[in-house]
Design a protein around this ligand. Structure first.
Ligand SMILES: *Cc1c(COP(=O)(O)O)cnc(C)c1O
Length: 236
């Protein structure tokens, strides 16, 4: 246990140091960048170790797994993010249980969340996931449908639209991902102008490329293996 905590603390420190260095290179303040520790497939004890080292934001991909961990760690003031694919039938259970849902990519999902938010009496903060690489198998709204989806979300009183998220195509060299990050930032600027509102968040960058993401304007970076080490295979 002690060993695990020490490792967690050291990994966290080195990621935060890399974030600060990347921010400094482009003249950004680290205050505008939130590290989301991606704890999918990690036991609650691993989350607790990182929390002991000072980490507050955690990201999960599976609703049931996330809710179980939230319950187990309910004594701690953690903030949970949902970053996985959200099926409409699970959306009900996710609504109101996450500070931010990063992966809204259809009007149907948005409306399911909105209805549930009204029932529970919360306003659910969301990001729109954009299929930035136009990949057929990938989740995310198509670029040309983004504005329509955003307008649909703005019509939902149970939702608070906060920005955009992307999962770019896999690239061997993190520098090859940079153009996608830049593209997401430009998309946000364009959408802000079209909607006449501020969209504060850009969720982009993972273990391999969070430094590039920070340099390109990420406000939320989603980092798993660099903090926790390799993931256990999913328990069934
Ligand atoms: C797993 C996952 C991450 C973290 O990936 P690492 O490479 O382990 O940092 C980030 N975002 C999403 C959506 C994920 O599913």
């Amino acid at each position: 246990m002690m060993q695990q905590s020490a490792n967690a603390g050291a990994r966290l420190a080195s990621v935060l140091e890399a974030v600060a260095a990347a921010a400094a290179r482009v003249g950004r303040s680290t205050a505008e960048i939130t590290l989301v520790a991606v704890s999918k497939h990690q036991p609650a004890a691993a989350v607790a170790s990182l929390a002991d080292a000072g980490q507050v934001h955690f990201g999960e991909n599976y609703v049931q797994e996330a809710l179980a961990k939230q319950d187990e760690l309910s004594q701690r003031p953690l903030q949970w993010h949902f970053i996985g694919r959200l099926q409409s039938n699970k959306a009900k259970h996710a609504c109101g249980r996450f500070s931010l849902i990063h992966t809204v990519d259809s009007l149907k999902l948005a409306q399911t969340l909105h209805k549930q938010a009204c029932i529970v009496g919360v306003v659910q903060s969301i990001l729109l996931q954009v299929n930035i690489g136009c990949e057929e198998q990938k989740a995310g709204i198509a670029l040309e449908e983004l504005e329509k989806l955003a307008l649909g979300c703005l019509a939902c009183s149970g939702l608070r639209l906060q920005g955009l998220m992307c999962m770019p195509p896999l690239c061997a060299d993190p520098e090859d991902v940079r153009p996608y990050f830049l593209q997401l930032r430009r998309l946000r600027e364009k959408l802000e102008q079209r909607l006449g509102m501020v969209l504060p968040h850009l969720s982009m960058g993972m273990s391999a490329d969070f430094e590039q993401a920070v340099e390109e304007g990420a406000t939320l970076i989603r980092v798993g293996t660099a903090l926790f080490g390799p993931r256990m295979p999913r328990q069934r």
